[in-house]
Structure formats: structure tokens, C-alpha cells
Design a protein around this ligand. Structure first.
Ligand code: F6P
Length: 343
């Protein structure tokens, strides 16, 4: 049995733990494991590397992906489907393991519909894939964002300032919500729960009246309704390879507006790719390892067109179709808990 493994989309702490687990389990089961370089593009380019015990030694704690990644969309290319089928056949892959987020799972589903044997492993720091309680990478991102809030706290307090931390989260505010709760944020602005800028300002003013001369706000990059309220048109934004607008920078508009409406000195920090880099937490290493082992078992059991997932304490598998049927947005009762502290 020859299995091709690829990582696709934005990178994520824990990817190497998955690759290592697939390789170790595959070796144990007598399979040949081939790494496809740079996501789906590697299939088109026929860029492969053999994965063996030596090539995955010492990588469980390493961030990024030893295979490289990209947001290359095979079905966006001329004759993409034919080329893909041809390349899979030419490489003699019996199955593919695609490690990726929502965009990559859409591609995996299309491959499945073409008759390519594929299983999915869910990955994204955004934690917005449906059907799995957590994706690996999320815990690491939350820890990094929480550390940043802790650091912003001391400088905010010293200077009597409002500090805004902007974190990733294209459609879902999971990172903002979890790090905001853990870091003791005074307001959390997420895509799922529309807030008015005046409401945020009210929180800051009421804190000021109570003698709290500083405040911390966490905002998810995808809270685009802020732009609508300010009537800012960001139409001409650059796009990524999947054709999605590149986000980032919304906190500058928010900071400006807060200063205008309250007179409070306000500063912005955009955490950006720092939250995707570096060593994964123990949680993400364990989750990635369990997903990797389970994915090989799924191939053995011919559970194609399915994605492994964490449900409660168990690793299970669900149809990829279900995983991409909708986005997993934040649970509003967790937001309600966070709101207790917005005063
Ligand atoms: O992986 C998803 C994500 O973290 C989004 O939250 C963010 O908008 C995007 O990646 C940015 O990634 P890149 O800069 O690689 O396009």
C-alpha cells in the first residue's frame, strides 16, 4: 500500500506531529508513505519525498510542516481534474491523506467524488471546521494570544491606555474568545456577534468611571461589520491563492474610532503570523499524533471520503461532506460567559 500525504492551506502548529504519526504507524503496518510537497501543488509538480523513520525523527515539537504547504487549488487549474487523476495514478498512490482546513477539505471532497481514495485530517488555528470539537493548532494559537494579552496588560496599566489585540479568525472568533477569556479582556469583538462601536466605548467609559484607567480589547480580524458601521470600503484588497480576501488591520480603524469617541489613548497590536508559528503545545502534539494514527487506520479500513475528528475525548470519523457543510462558529453561551466581564 502506497499512501501520499500532503499539508495544504495556512500552516499550523502540530502538522509535523501528524506527519510523524502517519509515518510511524504506516511503517508499523508495512505501508510506503510518500510526502507530497507544498500541498496539492506537489501532485501537479510531482514533487515528492519519501517519509521514513529517519525523516520524521525529532519533529514532534517542531512548528510548520516539513512538507511545505500552499493554497494551490487543483480544480481552479485548466483540466485540473484530469491532471489530478493522472498524477495520482502515475505516482501509484493507493490513497491520499490530506491534512488541511476548510478549503483543503473542499478539494478532498472533490477528489473523493472523482474516485480518488482520500481521507482528511482537520487542521486550522481558527478552529472553525465543523464536526470536530477542536482542530490542532488552535490551542497553541490561544496560548500565544493569551501570553500577548498578559504582556499588553502591564503596559496598558502603566500608560493608562486602551490596548487592542487583533488576532486571526476569518469567519469565527474562537481564538479571540478563548484568549480574551483567559487573558481577562474587557471587550471581545468577534464576527459572530455584531457589536456597535459605541457599546465598546461605553464599556471603556464605565471602567474609567470606576477608576480603571486602562482596558484591553481583543478583536478577531474577521469582524468586518465594523467596517460597514464606519462605511469603509475595502473592496480592492489583495486575495490569497484560494481567492479569499487577505484580512488584517481592522483594529486600526477601531482604535481610531475609540480615540475619537472617548478621547482615551489607544494602541493596536496585530499578532498576525506569530500565532501560527513556533512549537505546538502538548495538547496540539497529542491531538495531532492521535489524528495521524487514526488516519492510517481509516485508510486500512477504506474509510474514504471521511475526515477524522475529535468528539469529546474520542477520535471518530465523519463524512468530509459534513465537515464542509457549514462553518463551526463560536458557541454563544461561551460568549455570554465572556460578556460577564465586559463592564
Ligand atoms: O489559517 C487560517 C488563517 O489563520 C486565517 O485566520 C487568516 O485569515 C489566514 O490564515 C491568513 O493566512 P495567510 O497570511 O497565510 O494567507
Amino acid at each position: 500500500m502506497k499512501i501520499g500525504v500532503l499539508t495544504s492551506g495556512g500552516d499550523c502548529p502540530g502538522l509535523n506531529a501528524v506527519i510523524r504519526a502517519i509515518t510511524r504507524k504506516g511503517d508499523q503496518d508495512g505501508y510506503e508513505i510518500i510526502g507530497i510537497l507544498n500541498g496539492w501543488k506537489g501532485l501537479f509538480d510531482e514533487s515528492y519525498m519519501k517519509l521514513d523513520l529517519k525523516s520524521v525523527a525529532g519533529i514532534v515539537n517542531r512548528g510548520g510542516t516539513i512538507l511545505g504547504t500552499s493554497r494551490f487549488g487543483p480544480f481552479q487549474q485548466d483540466n485540473g481534474a484530469e491532471i489530478l487523476q493522472h498524477k495520482v495514478a502515475r505516482a501509484e498512490f493507493d490513497a491520499l491523506i490530506a491534512i488541511g482546513g476548510e478549503g483543503s477539505m473542499h478539494i478532498a471532497q472533490q477528489c473523493h467524488e472523482l474516485g480518488i481514495n482520500v481521507v482528511g485530517v482537520p487542521k486550522t488555528i481558527d478552529n472553525d471546521l465543523n464536526g470536530t470539537d477542536y482542530t490542532f493548532g488552535f490551542d497553541t494559537a490561544v496560548q500565544i494570544a493569551t501570553d500577548a494579552i498578559d504582556r499588553l496588560h502591564t503596559t496598558a496599566e502603566s500608560h493608562h491606555r486602551v490596548m487592542i489585540l487583533e488576532v486571526m479568525g476569518r469567519h469565527a472568533g474562537w481564538i479571540a474568545l478563548y484568549s480574551g477569556i483567559a487573558g481577562g479582556a474587557d471587550a471581545i469583538v468577534i464576527p459572530e456577534k455584531k457589536v456597535k462601536i459605541d457599546d465598546v466605548c461605553e464599556v471603556l467609559k464605565s471602567r474609567y468611571k470606576r477608576g480603571k484607567l486602562f482596558s484591553i480589547i481583543v478583536v478577531a480580524e474577521g469582524a468586518e461589520y465594523l467596517l460597514e458601521e464606519l462605511q469603509i470600503d475595502e473592496e480592492g484588497r489583495k486575495k490569497d491563492e484560494f481567492g479569499r480576501a487577505r484580512l488584517g488591520g481592522i483594529s486600526y480603524y477601531l482604535a481610531n474610532e475609540i480615540e475619537k469617541r472617548t478621547g482615551f489613548d489607544t494602541r493596536t497590536t496585530i499578532l498576525g503570523h506569530v500565532q501560527r508559528g513556533g512549537v505546538p503545545t502538548a495538547f496540539d502534539r497529542v491531538l495531532g499524533t492521535r489524528f495521524g494514527i487514526y488516519a492510517v487506520e481509516m485508510v486500512t479500513e477504506k474509510k474514504f471520503g471521511r475526515m477524522c475528528a475529535l468528539q469529546g475525548a474520542d477520535i471518530v470519523d465523519i463524512p468530509i461532506k459534513k465537515a464542509i457543510s457549514k462553518l463551526k462558529t463560536v458557541e454563544l453561551d461561551i460568549y455570554k460567559a465572556a460578556k460577564v466581564f465586559f463592564k
